[in-house]
Ligand binder design. Structure first.
Ligand code: 1PR
Length: 582
């Protein structure tokens, strides 16, 4: 477990904060609140000559393991900030803001870091803020607020507007539009970088001198700022593959080789993601292996009936990262019966993978409250926290989300106690995926069932013209009285940030995604939907993106069996004018 520097019970980053700033009637910021507004900002020409040590400001609000891994991967050592003096003495400082704006400001103010940060930045010392580390530089944020920020850059950080049809959070890969000499972005040109956020700062006349790039998602928002040696990015370079690593490299060593790329001027939409999924479990010999089912049956149909073994999790994840996967998902498929914190190899898999894989990692399986043999109770939040600390960017909840949705639909009350609600409250809904395992059930008459049934294109085995999608738990072993449509809407209400939509009938079949199911769900919710199960050819990916509103498509078998390389999928999508990260 990594230490959480200068976090104490009083200043815990997850503690709620009372908004410290009032907005005027038109949303203008009350001038009296701009503590740092009157500072004279002087930038001196500091250079990155700090040797191999990078100072990291980790205020303990969440997982910054990937930033640490990326810094180490680039050959640098990390010094953690323990006191405000460590900030002032830094040769170069990276501030990967995580968690909520108010909570972060609480910690910075209570520890004296806010003042030190302002002084450091005002002196033009080498600084890189990431995500919330950019937002905190602005005057205030509307996140659970308004809440006052550091006030170094004019502007208010506001929430994306989902009423315009754009899914919030903004999760995924976008190209940025470079607006001026951005220094650290010099060699990325029009390449895509990874964003995950619900709030953003908007360009204005007052802050235009700071802006080095913008991105379009509904509106044009600020993707990065630069003034001298002071940089901050809204996206996550540590999760942006090679493009992100080159940005970090340029920040850490301004003299590193750069092949200046023409700035991307082409309008970029949110790219469709291609995700590689690794179903992981222990085989009969006790080894943790990547397996793959046929309609969820992962055993070979041989006399020995052993668990199908398609490779080693860390190696395969590393390979898929190199092949261009936009994200990697690990599903611990026996997590429903084993306790994940007892399953240390899975945590180790995450730790090892995150050392060399710089795209988002999702992990699922067994996230629920649990009492072990000694009577020790573990909350689902503790389980999830351990996954995050081990390198996961998102966790995925299956069975437990079904029970939570059933209870919610029955009572109409959000108890706040479900794993879904607890984890999304602490880590943000962008960090919580709900994995749905539905099975198609044909019916003659849609009124036969209380759940939403659709008219199907190909009738069922007995000529049935309708079907509903029954949710299952425990790896498809038990059907529940709730449909995928009802579940998806309920979990969105409860705080899910994304849906991983499997389909037991299509799993491992290679006949294509269940377009009717994916259309039904991706039209029903406003959060991103990942289409899963059934990919067998590159055309299946273009079909799902053309016919439905899926934001991503996930496949397993075709990648594990090396039938279709990830790059071929991307080249095909690109040819079909579907934007992807190349
Ligand atoms: O219920 O919270 O413990 O989570 C268990 C997780 O494990 C769920 O996400 C569930 O989907 C998954 N799971 C459980 N049993 C199996 C199984 O296969 N026996 N795997 C399983 C589900 C489905 C996909 C698969 C796609 C693509 N795997 O993730 O990778 O169908 O496959 P394809 O491209 O080869 O068609 P909890």
């Amino acid at each position: 477990m990594e230490a959480a520097p200068f976090v104490n019970a009083k200043a815990h980053p997850f503690r709620s904060s009372s908004p410290a700033l009032l907005l005027g009637r038109n949303g203008d910021i009350c001038r009296r609140s701009l503590k740092f507004k009157s500072r004279k900002f002087s930038v001196r020409a500091a250079v990155n000559d700090g040797g191999s040590v990078v100072t990291l400001l980790d205020y303990g609000a969440g997982n910054v393991r990937s930033v640490r891994n990326a810094i180490r991967f680039l050959g640098y050592d990390i010094k953690d900030v323990q006191t405000p003096e460590d900030i002032l003495n830094a040769n170069r400082l990276i501030f990967p803001g995580v968690g909520a704006f108010a909570a972060a400001m609480d910690v910075l103010n209570q520890t004296g870091m806010a003042e030190a940060l302002c002084t450091y930045i005002e002196n033009g010392r080498p600084f890189l803020g990431i995500c919330l580390g950019l937002q905190l530089l602005f005057e205030c944020s509307e996140e659970n607020g308004p809440v006052k920020g550091l006030g170094l850059i004019p502007g208010v950080v506001g929430r994306f507007d989902s009423s315009s049809g754009f899914r919030v959070p903004h999760i995924g890969w976008n190209a940025v539009q470079i607006t001026k000499d951005s220094g650290i972005l010099d060699d990325i040109g029009g390449r895509h970088v990874y964003f995950v956020h619900s709030y953003r700062a908007m360009p204005s006349n007052a802050n235009k001198d700071w802006i080095s790039s913008t991105c379009n998602y509904g509106d044009n928002f600020i993707a990065s700022i630069r003034r001298g040696n002071v940089h901050a990015v809204q996206f996550h370079p540590e999760k942006s593959g090679n493009a992100g690593l080159s940005i970090l490299r340029r920040f850490l060593d301004s003299k590193s080789d750069v092949t200046k790329q023409p700035a991307g001027r082409k309008a970029s939409k949110l790219a469709k993601r291609v995700i590689a999924c690794l179903d992981v479990r222990t085989n009969d010999k006790g080894d943790l292996v990547v397996t793959k089912g046929d309609q969820y049956d992962v055993r070979e149909h041989t006399k020995e009936n052993e668990v199908r073994n398609l490779g080693k999790p860390v190696e395969l994840a590393g390979q898929y990262y190199k092949d261009g996967a936009d994200e990697i998902s690990f599903l611990n498929i026996t997590g429903f019966r084993d306790f994940p914190l007892g399953d240390l190899p899975m945590l180790q898999v995450l730790r090892n993978t995150s050392e060399n894989v710089f795209v988002p990692l999702t992990v699922g399986g067994g996230i629920r409250d649990f009492t072990d043999g000694n009577g020790r109770h573990y909350s689902s939040l503790e389980v999830a926290s351990e996954y995050f600390r081990s390198g996961a960017d998102k966790i995925s909840i299956g069975s437990d989300a079904v029970y939570a949705a059933e209870a919610y639909l029955k009572t109409g009350v959000k108890t706040g106690k479900s794993s879904l609600e607890q984890i999304s409250r602490v880590y943000g809904n962008q960090a919580v995926v709900v994995s749905i395992d539905p099975r198609r059930v044909y019916v003659k008459d849609p009124n036969e069932v209380e759940c939403k049934a659709i008219k199907v294109i190909i009738p069922g085995p007995n000529g049935e013209e309708y079907a509903w999608y029954q949710c299952t738990v425990n790896g498809g072993r038990e059907g529940r009285p709730i449909g995928a449509y009802e579940l998806a809407k309920a979990v969105e209400d409860l705080g899910a940030g994304e849906i991983l939509l499997n389909c037991i009938d299509r799993d491992g079949q290679g006949t294509g995604f269940d377009i009717e199911l994916i259309k039904l769900i991706s039209d029903a919710v406003t959060i991103p939907v990942i289409a899963s199960s059934g990919a067998g050819a590159v055309e299946h990916f273009s079909e799902v993106f053309t016919e439905t509103n899926a934001s991503a498509a996930l496949a397993a078998g075709i990648f594990h069996r090396k039938e279709v390389p990830i790059q071929s999928v991307k080249e095909h999508l690109s040819k079909e004018a579907i934007e992807v990260r190349m």
